[in-house]
Design a protein. Structure first.
Length: 322
């Protein structure tokens, strides 16, 4: 390494970089101080040093806390990479899940949870028998529950989370308009958007991008949407569709479940791109070995489900109206 660079690094307190990463994630001097187990005045002094080091304010006052500037946010990916490398160098002891105790709280779309539960429980039973799993209905305020610690892992649409939320791509789903074979739309060869939205629709109210995108599509096409059935559970919504009145917007994979195969008709929504889902967790647990071990297992399960064909890749709808 260049001697001048070494000299510059030697003159820096690298702990300040840790302080900066936590400040960006917490957006609060007091919460950052508490997380790093230092006094609030000490954290304020570190913030002054950081501003001098980067020759930038880095944060502005925002309500009762602070808000990271664009410059600070731009530094966050490199800071996180540096912290990950540092932890790999320092933490030499391998993680032993069999010696872990605790509770892992997770929230996925319930139909996806049902696919994953057997593999999750098998992993926990065999490798971490003292760990409990708590499944929570997927909430609208997913990020708030991750921030409060009421959730450890949550899957949702790829959104713009707060700076203190991490994410890894989980899956990609193609959504379709779905209804029963007794629904009037099932008699139309290729129903148009106008025809689809002339009927009452069901809404999946949990945190998910699909309903946002559906409403944007309706607005862009200058159509009207009438929603008269709302469910926070995808399974409840699928059962509701069986009453024959509503059109719902569901993952294409649901048409292949044995329970619904042949009972629901799915038609492509054009134009409507595949939607990515992301596995999220809070910075608080980013270096928690138990949560990270289980997170990697969840990502592995989705990969295996894709290989098995259970999570189908986005493509043409197999079930067409007759």
């Amino acid at each position: 390494m260049n001697p001048a660079v070494l000299k510059t690094i030697q003159g820096c307190d690298l702990n300040l970089l840790l302080n900066l990463a936590v400040l960006i994630e917490e957006q609060s001097v007091s919460k950052s101080a508490e997380r790093l187990d230092i006094s609030q005045p000490a954290m304020s002094q570190n913030l002054k040093k950081l501003r001098s080091l980067f020759d930038d304010p880095l944060f502005i006052r925002h309500g009762q806390g602070i808000k990271a500037t664009d410059r600070a946010l731009a530094l966050l990916p490199d800071l996180r990479e540096w912290l990950q490398m540092s932890s790999r160098l320092i933490l030499k002891e391998p993680f032993e899940p069999s010696e872990s105790h605790g509770v892992i709280r997770i929230a996925f779309m319930d139909d996806l949870t049902q696919l994953m539960i057997p593999k999750m429980l098998d992993k926990i039973t065999k490798e971490a028998p003292n760990v409990e799993l708590e499944f929570i209905d997927k909430p609208k305020d997913m990020f708030s529950l991750l921030e409060s610690g009421e959730l450890d892992l949550a899957a949702g649409g790829t959104e713009s989370p707060p700076a203190n939320i991490y994410g890894r791509r989980l899956n990609e789903d193609q959504y379709c308009a779905a209804f029963t074979r007794s629904h009037p739309l099932a008699q139309i060869e290729n129903p148009t958007l106008a025809q689809i939205f002339s009927y009452e629709t069901a809404e999946y109210s949990s945190s998910n991008l699909v309903e946002v995108e559906i409403n944007r599509l309706v607005q862009a096409q200058q159509l009207q949407r009438k929603t008269s059935f709302i469910a926070s559970s995808m399974e409840v919504m699928l059962h509701g569709l069986m009453a024959g009145k509503h059109v719902g917007f569901i993952p294409q994979r649901a048409l292949e479940y044995p329970q619904w195969r042949g009972k629901l008709v799915g038609v492509s929504i054009d134009p409507f791109p595949p939607l990515e889902s992301t596995l999220y967790w809070h910075a608080r647990v980013h270096r928690d070995p138990l949560i990270q071990w289980f997170k990697e297992h969840c990502l592995g399960i989705t990969s295996s489900l894709k290989d098995e064909g259970t999570l189908i890749k986005p493509g043409p709808i197999k079930s067409k109206p007759r």
